[in-house]
Design a protein. Structure first.
Length: 525
């Protein structure tokens, strides 16, 4: 090789060495995206963007804080421990004093007999807090579930060492915590997303800190220039949020066992509702053609109904998260076309109502099942159809239990029935709904059906039971609504609901029904 050739070769090698590669956290430049190309979408600002690149930017994680998350889990356990000992007088009744050997074998793993709201609302909220804190520390979905599960096990096996291990808490707390925790996490990301210069208002920050607390706190702890670039992608979280106030008129029909014999009784109540859906897939339902697999709980929804009135009221919570699946859409530049998401779904339902003679307790951990969301967007109307099918673990009110007990006064049955009036069971459920939306009105409906049978065995005092009575339930809920848009993002809604419960304790059966008409005035958030 000549001297000149060596000089040229060294120069080429030096140039190659000095050429800066693309940083791992900044994707290499892509060819310009054009609307109509596969893998591209039109964002709300009018820019055509690459769907894969936008998805990676939204889901790009900062450095995870495993130790900080563990400290926060310990803080949650500390708060729970403080409550446990402050409420010591009530807790003493649950002390079984199992031996260490029993606690680490199946001998002390039982269904507890605690209050309904503790088992099916307080524990899911505990799990949601642990999950949302872990997510805010930049842990993955699986890692966050693991932290929540370990926190639950630490509580059951460690801090509640005077009690038998509660198998229902181990199921409900981490599983339902994923569902509610994911919604809170995505809501926090959306509310704490940076806004364009000049559009930030004080109420935006207030909403972010109030309803997206875990994300807001950790944003403040991690505030750096690199974090700011990560936060900018949160604007791509699609959201559909509504809040409403209304009045409900209800009538109850029962056969006399579960509703004090008050056929046709009427009751009124104030009705508050929050309804939200969040999707962490950039370009969702925007003009564009793309499809993708996802595995980060990217589609999540939560609906909360509160009833308040002189005749009584209650809580009805339903939340749903699609953990993993595929989403595809083919929407034209005019905003018309189909979209479909299908995947594995996880959900929670909690209903605890006492409205006049109507009494209902329904706590369901919807275990991983199949879910689908389909949209057909047209120029003058759009249609949304959704469906879910799950296997369930549930707690349900046993309405005819008092009649069964009166007929069997000397029998020792399930302690959960004797103390609380509800039972644990397994079953399945299906939910389906559709909504047709036009510029002038929206018409929609949803139906839910579930079948459940009690779990025999593993009662807290199973050794004392002389008749482990069987309980079965059928649940049917339906709702229809007509929504009319009003100026300033307001809407008026007329809705009709029907709730039917059929429960059988041995040969004693109760059938009751609540029919409700609601008028709501709401706002799109």
């Amino acid at each position: 090789m000549t001297r000149g050739s060596r000089i040229v070769l060294v120069a080429l090698l030096l140039a190659a060495a000095l050429r800066a590669p693309a940083r791992a956290d900044q994707p290499a430049p892509l060819a310009p995206c054009r609307l109509g190309d596969r893998g591209c979408f039109l964002d709300p600002d009018g820019a055509v963007r690459d769907a894969d690149q936008a998805y990676r930017a939204l889901h790009r994680r900062a450095r995870p804080h495993y130790a900080r998350a563990a400290v926060e889990m310990a803080a949650l356990l500390g708060i729970g421990t403080a409550w446990y000992w402050i409420d010591r007088e009530r807790q003493v009744a649950d002390w079984d004093f199992p031996s260490l050997k029993q606690r680490f074998t199946l001998d002390a793993v039982r269904f507890d007999n605690n209050d309904f709201w503790i088992n099916f609302l307080a524990h899911p909220l505990d799990g949601a807090a642990a999950h949302a804190l872990a997510r805010a520390n930049h842990l993955t979905l699986a890692e966050s579930f693991g932290y929540s599960l370990l926190t639950s096990l630490a509580w059951e096996y460690g801090l509640e060492f005077r009690e038998k291990v509660s198998v229902n808490d181990i199921i409900v707390t981490p599983v339902t915590g994923v569902v509610v925790g994911e919604f809170l996490h995505r809501l926090g990301q959306s509310l704490n997303a940076p806004r364009p210069p000049g559009t930030e208002r004080w109420w935006h920050q207030l909403a972010g800190w109030t309803f997206g607390t875990t994300v807001a706190i950790h944003d403040a702890l991690d505030a750096t220039h690199s974090q700011t670039s990560l936060h900018a992608a949160r604007a791509d979280v699609w959201r559909d949020l509504h809040i409403s106030y209304g009045w409900a008129e209800s009538s109850v029909d029962a056969d006399g066992n579960g509703a004090d014999g008050a056929d046709g009784a009427r009751a009124g109540a104030h009705a508050l509702r929050f309804d939200g859906r969040l999707v962490a897939i950039p370009g969702y339902l925007r003009p564009g053609r793309f499809h993708r697999a996802f595995a980060d709980a990217d589609i999540t929804a939560l609906r909360l109904d509160l009833g308040l009135g002189g005749a009584g009221g209650g809580v009805d919570l339903h939340a749903d998260t699609m953990l993993l699946g595929v989403h595809g859409q083919r929407i034209s530049s005019q905003g018309t076309g189909p979209a479909l998401a299908i995947g594995a779904s996880l959900a929670i339902r909690y209903a605890n109502e006492a409205l006049g003679p109507w009494k209902d307790q329904l706590g369901i951990a919807h275990l991983p099942g199949l879910g689908a969301d389909a949209h057909v967007l047209g120029r003058h109307a759009s249609l949304r159809v959704h469906a879910r099918v799950h296997g369930d673990f549930a707690g349900l009110r046993a309405a005819p239990y008092s009649d069964w007990k009166a007929a069997n006064p000397d029998v020792v049955d399930k302690s959960i029935l004797r103390k609380q009036g509800y039972y644990y069971g397994w079953g399945w459920s299906a939910r389906a709904g559709a909504e047709l939306t036009t510029p002038f009105a929206s018409l929609g409906g949803e139906i839910f059906h579930g079948q459940y049978a009690s779990h025999e065995g593993l009662d807290r005092v199973q050794e004392q039971i002389t008749a482990d009575v069987e309980v079965e339930s059928a649940v049917l809920d339906a709702e229809l609504w007509l929504r009319l848009p009003l100026p300033a993002r307001l809407y008026a809604e007329l809705a009709a609901q029907s709730r039917r419960r059929r429960t059988q304790v041995d040969t004693h059966e109760d059938t009751s029904r609540l029919d409700r008409v609601l008028f709501r005035l709401g706002m799109d958030l």
